[in-house]
Design a protein around this ligand. Structure first.
Ligand code: ATP
Ligand code: MG
Length: 265
């Protein structure tokens, strides 16, 4: 298993990180492992829910078409929807904009026994907000520290946080956006705004590099997942999540009453 974790405090240069799967892996060679990981994740999520002690927050960030939706569909395809919530953060509403940027985020964090998946997140407030100059630099530049403090507080109160940047090449994005245009059944996924963001690719890479360098912490680490191949993206994220949940050393709770000898009539 490759280590895609961003070491806290390290400088990240995305151009130096290969967005392709390691050459020795193929879709066929990892098929069994991916299936086994999905089944383990299913069991671990049930245990998390049953035990009711921990909270798990998963953050997904990426350029358009990098596969946030596909990750949610494939990595979590066996889990029980009762214990897993997805929160998709879009352009803020007027009410959200009338509050500080973490206001809408906090209410979507996981409760005890739950997994919350953030499809985009508070990081948009130092990504698109920075790239499009939506608030002055004097304001967004303070947010890295706020975010570290906010996440630290969640961790101190019992939340486990893992953050994933789905790393694709600009050329892979071109192919995927073109595929959306070429297939009428995928037209609903195409948003002409995506082309405006694509035109700012280099600015986004610089903004992501700063996020990854400044907000990967021991307690809430980032992982840069090579995602040009969807099967590799799913495998690598599943590996991290299974290892994380196994690290919680969970156990089914003991029964409240002595159940020995009880026979249902
Ligand atoms: P899809 O893969 O379906 O396109 P998406 O996550 O891109 O999913 P969209 O509705 O297309 O969803 O886009 C949401 C847009 O909202 C993104 O461009 C994102 O950058 C933007 N957004 C999210 N949070 C903020 C924010 N805090 N301020 C401004 N824009 C934001
Ligand atoms: Mg979009």
């Amino acid at each position: 298993m490759q280590d895609y974790r961003v070491d806290p405090g390290s400088a990240v240069n995305l151009a130096d990180i290969d967005p392709n799967a390691p050459a020795e892996l193929t879709k066929q060679s990892v098929k069994e492992e991916t299936g086994a990981l999905n089944r383990r994740l299913e069991g671990l999520q049930e245990l998390l829910y049953a035990e009711g002690k921990h909270r798990v927050l998963i953050v997904l960030q990426a350029m358009d078409a990098a596969g946030k939706d596909g990750t949610i569909r494939h990595v979590f395809d066996r889990v029980n929807p009762q214990g897993v919530k997805v929160a998709s953060f879009k352009k803020p509403t007027p009410i959200e904009l009338a509050h500080d940027y973490l206001w809408r985020i906090h209410s979507k964090t996981p409760g005890t026994g739950e997994i919350s998946i953030f499809n985009r997140s508070h990081y948009e407030d130092v990504l698109i907000v920075r790239v499009l100059n939506l608030v002055p630099e004097a304001r967004w530049s303070l947010r890295y520290q706020h975010i570290n403090d906010f996440e630290r507080r969640l961790v101190d109160e019992g939340t486990t946080i893992r953050k994933f940047y789905l790393h694709i090449s600009k050329d892979e994005q071109r192919l995927r956006l073109q595929a959306r245009l070429d297939d009428p059944e995928k037209h609903w996924k195409f948003d002409s705004g995506d082309l405006d963001q694509r035109a700012r690719w280099d600015d986004y890479m610089a903004a992501y590099e700063e996020v990854l360098s400044r907000t990967s912490t021991e307690e809430a680490p980032w992982y840069v997942i090579p995602s040009n191949q969807k099967w590799h993206r799913n495998l690598a994220i599943s590996q991290v999540l299974v290892a994380t949940l196994e690290g919680l050393a969970m156990d089914y709770p003991a029964p409240k009453d002595d159940l020995r000898g009880i026979v249902i009539e």
